[in-house]
Design a binder for this molecule. Structure first.
Ligand SMILES: Cc1ncc(COP(=O)(O)O)c(C=O)c1O
Length: 391
């Protein structure tokens, strides 16, 4: 709520849709994670929000970065981030992207298939590869398990194959699913990963060195979540319990949502309210194509309608402005019963996976990006000019 109060004040008169981002909250999020897991290297998942000011802030704080494509790598290089602070975490890479990554000096690549290993051996010879373990992500609101990762037996054969291809089998990664509501998922994954470490060592003399804890830490949307502190405790316990036999274990984590989710609020306007046979509809100037794609899955954003915080609630269908019927955020959502044209709707904790998904479909542009620090600066300047003129 802190950002909301600040922003209603700062953004009066700005045309919607826009997103307001607060880099001070980002700094606090990073510090909180680092304080809880001081021995873990943080690789921010750039895909969550690749705005250059977010990247720069994290760079200054000492973060490393998880990248998914050549253009993300290029962006980071331009911002002065060195390749030793990048890991290529996408298991589905274009060959040309692998070549590019190798040519600039990236050394870590995620894999979950033979062909990906062959592509890396050919285009990034001698590199370090880590294997993505498939984890049940049924406790996550945005599961990622279906498309990525593989089972332990397959990982062992991939590690052996990697060696024959001249690559370095380096570690295991997993992702418990984004917006994970169960802290014990990290324990489950780490237990399974440690078994692979042990078996590869004992049976094949392959020494894995790294465990990559992936993303998954949640932010507050519509229900209580496990905290960073609680998840970190489970991680620390699991390291002690399952990885005590690995010397010089490198541990990395790839947070996306948990670093940037709560730094942003999308501000939109109601552009239509209409009664139909199937119920009442509210249409906003942002929708599935303008940053709210995750509403189609399990993400339930909390929304506040300005000036109507105390109104009685009623169930509506909520949709975006485009001419596509997939552009529906929620079939049933509680909004103030007196919501009407031009009301401002604040979509909270919308800093992650929103502007990254935004398109200009139908000529409706996604949210303009503003930063709290800029608006505060402008406000201070305007106040001091006003004071000077008065005196
Ligand atoms: C490889 C990888 N790492 C990290 C993340 C970040 O996950 P989250 O935003 O849940 O922290 C993702 C998200 O898709 C991912 O694909």
């Amino acid at each position: 709520m802190e950002i909301l109060k600040k922003m209603m004040d700062l953004t009066k008169g700005l045309e919607t849709p826009f997103i307001l981002l607060d880099l001070e909250i980002l700094k606090r999020n990073y510090k909180r994670l680092k304080d809880n897991l001081p021995f873990v290297d943080i690789f921010y998942a750039v895909k969550a929000n690749s705005h250059h000011r977010i990247i720069n802030t994290l760079k200054e704080l000492g973060s490393s970065f998880d990248v998914a494509s050549a253009s993300e790598i290029e962006k980071l290089l331009k911002l002065g981030i060195t390749p030793d602070r990048m890991s290529f975490g996408n298991t589905i890479k274009k060959e040309s992207d692998i070549r590019f990554a190798y040519s600039v000096g990236i050394d870590y690549y995620a894999v979950d298939s033979e062909m990906e290993l062959e592509k890396i051996a050919c285009n990034a010879p001698g590199s370090k590869v880590y294997f993505r373990l498939m984890i049940d992500s049924s406790d996550s609101d945005w599961p990622l398990s279906k498309k990525f990762g593989t089972n332990s037996e397959h990982i062992k054969s991939l590690a052996i194959y990697a060696k024959t291809l001249g690559l370095v089998p380096f570690g295991i990664s997993f992702h418990v699913g984004s917006q994970c509501n169960n802290k014990f998922k990290w324990r489950e994954a780490m237990k399974e990963a440690s078994k692979i470490f042990r078996e590869l060592k004992l049976d094949y003399d392959i020494d894995l060195k790294m465990v990559n804890l992936g993303g998954g830490m949640p932010v507050v949307y519509d229900k209580p979540i496990p905290t960073v502190e609680e998840i970190s405790e489970v991680i620390k316990d699991s390291i002690e319990k399952y990885f005590y036999f690995v010397k010089d274990l490198k541990i990395i984590i790839e947070p996306g949502r948990s670093l940037v989710g709560n730094i942003g609020v999308i501000v939109s306007s109601v552009i239509l309210r209409s009664k139909k046979t199937d119920g009442e509809w509210v249409y906003l100037d942002v929708g599935i194509f303008h940053g709210l794609a995750e509403a189609m899955g399990g993400i339930k954003y909390q929304m506040i309608v300005e000036g109507k915080e105390n109104s009685k609630l009623k169930t509506f269908k909520l949709a975006g402005p485009t001419c596509d019927s997939i552009d529906i955020m929620y079939e049933a959502v509680e909004l103030p019963e007196d919501i009407t044209l031009n009301d401002r709707v604040y979509i909270l904790n919308a800093g992650a996976y929103t502007t990254e998904y935004a398109t200009n479909f139908n000529g409706f542009y996604g949210p303009v990006v503003y930063f709290v620090e800029d608006l505060e600066f402008e406000k201070t300047r305007a106040n001091s000019i006003e004071q000077k003129e008065e005196s």
